[in-house]
Design a protein around this ligand. Sequence first.
Ligand code: FAD
Length: 319
Amino acid sequence: MSKKVLVLIEIKDGKLRNVSFETLTVAQQVAQGGEVSAAIFGSGASSLVEEVNKYGPHKVYVIEDETLTVYTTDGYTQALCQLIEEIQADIVIMGHTSIGKDLAPRVAARFDAGLVSDCTAVSVEEGEVVFTRPIYSGKAFEKKVFNQGKVFATLRANNFETTEKDVQSEIISYHPVIKDLRTVIKDIVRKTAGGVDLSEAKVIVSGGRGVKSKEGFKPLQELADVLGGAVGASRGACDSEYCDYSLQIGQTGKVVTPDLYIACGISGAIQHLAGMSNSKIIVAINKDPDAPIFQVADYGIVGDLFEVVPLLSEEFKKV
Ligand code: FAD
């Protein structure tokens, strides 16, 4: 049965987030011939509509309200709820980003609807939309089907193919009524600036306690730069103050799914694996041949990371 699907498009640093293209592609699939709409918020949103169009939504709602320029839970909830009512969406999809994680449960609760968070696969089986998500820190997967009501889902980045679609979208300037905002963001002071976004990076070079110091992260950063990737870390490295907690990957850090994950001096504790074991290719560099990380690695290098990592950088520079 065809569905009306609404996708939240996210902008970061003036650009559309890749996960938004993934959500749009999934939306086409689950709509089963129904209408796909996209909602894009914030100043400059209209200049990015062309890019959204490439992924074929039938309608793009542009919401350029000045109170919604910066994300607030309250403001976005009000706007999105009104839009969902207006288009009578059956399924609402967002990225499993910090915004999606915050917004989706709140909006779903307003509609007394179900939410499947952190989906790694979505399929349509005999007309039913099946959402797959990892449970028990990725040791098992559950499949969820909803028999009635609206459905909300957040999708884990880097898990879905993106497909462009040649459809002329209808662009609609949407003006929700935003009132009694409890939070107003005056200014954002960023801790780190620039670089590749860890949660969407295709390549991650990650360091653990074996990196031994802040300085020790330099060869990892160099390898990440050569490969056009980002640097991540284990909690061991963060707790030891070798790097910032914003880099932490794992159960209590970020969940990542890059094409290539290079773990350097990381033992492979279950809590770390929870954040990276779905990476497409895992390379582990560890001087202990019995380190558990080798059990999940596709390629293992037993050696000193301070010798191996610079060698890898040199070799990749030649490619
Ligand atoms: P270690 O376990 O100390 O391993 C260091 C590794 O480096 C060793 O295997 C060693 O052989 C190797 N090594 C040392 N020197 C070198 C060298 N020169 N060259 C090559 N290899 C070298 N951890 C996370 O990562 N993410 C989380 O989100 C997270 N959440 C947690 C939540 C809870 C509730 C708890 C209890 C723990 C959590 N942890 C998390 C911590 C986790 O259990 C581990 O303690 C942590 O992952 C260990 O970090 P590590 O592998 O860097 O350090």
